[in-house]
Design a protein around this ligand. Structure first.
Ligand SMILES: N[C@@H](CCC[C@H](N)C(=O)O)C(=O)O
Length: 262
């Protein structure tokens, strides 16, 4: 089978995208893994199908690079909105459905995509370590020198420990910069099983645990290996609401690829 694909990236978190509005594309786990393979396929951290939906602008179906369908991808969602816009689904405000429920999104005047994330109420905190779900499960640890850290091995040690090994978890290491609204984040991603250049739900989780206004509006600039993201949210008594993940999302290239029936 020969398919037309699109490749997008959001702060270096990269994705293969298929326009599946005609609902004809169904991929096996091996086919997704092949397409995401950086040597034999297109190469990406994940793959998305833009599916039709009767009540929403589209449905987002997300797979990790290992070929498994997974939970929400924040950078993927932003890239899919940019793709929808560039494919002709033109809206001033997007409403789409993903595995974690409905999302609102908009494209800003500078081309950045703002994606509304689900409210978060349950944050488990253990001194400088936190566990929370921002659409995908995240572990967040505050460290002193994030750029000096071996994220692959440190992330793997957490992801495969007894607490997380079955379901898996994404592991974020966060350095506070001294300015309350700026942090640096590096992430080991479940399903990619490596460090990625950026993880949207991980950046969101990291920003939430670094809130600086006890009640009300917070704005956090997050430096990732692949660029800057912003997270805006309101801190409430029990958690966080009005959470927006904002940053660039860009088409890299498009092409055709032959996919075997495996
Ligand atoms: N890169 C993503 C997260 C993708 C899902 C994750 N790997 C998982 O399986 O939990 C993001 O930008 O949020």
């Amino acid at each position: 089978m020969r398919l037309h694909f699109y490749k997008y990236q959001g702060t270096g978190n990269d994705f293969v995208i298929f326009d599946n509005r005609e609902n004809k594309i169904q991929l096996t786990r091996k086919q997704v893994a092949f397409l995401c393979d950086r040597r034999f396929g297109v190469g990406a951290d994940g793959l998305m199908l833009l599916n039709p939906h009767p009540q929403y602008d589209f449905e987002m179906k997300y797979y990790n690079a290992d070929g498994r369908e997974s939970t929400m991808c924040g950078n993927g969602g932003r890239c899919l909105v940019k793709f929808a816009d560039e494919t002709g689904i033109l809206k001033s405000q997007y409403h789409f459905i993903a595995v974690d429920g409905e999302h609102e999104a908009r494209i800003e005047a500078n081309g950045n995509v703002a994606l509304k994330m689900n409210d978060v109420s349950d944050v488990q905190s253990r001194y400088n370590k936190y566990v929370l779900n921002t659409g995908s499960p995240h572990y967040v640890e505050i460290v002193e020198n994030v750029m000096g850290l071996d994220v692959y091995h440190a992330g793997r040690a957490v992801r495969y420990n007894d607490e997380f090994k079955n379901e898996g978890v994404n592991v974020n290491f966060v350095q506070q910069t001294g300015e309350p609204d700026k942090i640096i984040v590096r992430t080991y991603e479940r399903g990619v099983e490596d460090e990625t250049y950026s993880c949207g739900t991980g950046v969101t989780a990291s920003a939430l645990v670094n809130y600086h206004n006890e009640n009300g509006y917070n704005y956090v600039c997050v430096q990732t290996k692949g660029g800057m993201l912003n997270v805006e949210f309101d801190k409430t008594e029990n958690g966080f609401k009005n959470i927006w993940l904002i940053g660039p999302a860009t088409k890299v290239f498009e092409g055709e690829i032959e996919i075997s029936d495996f």
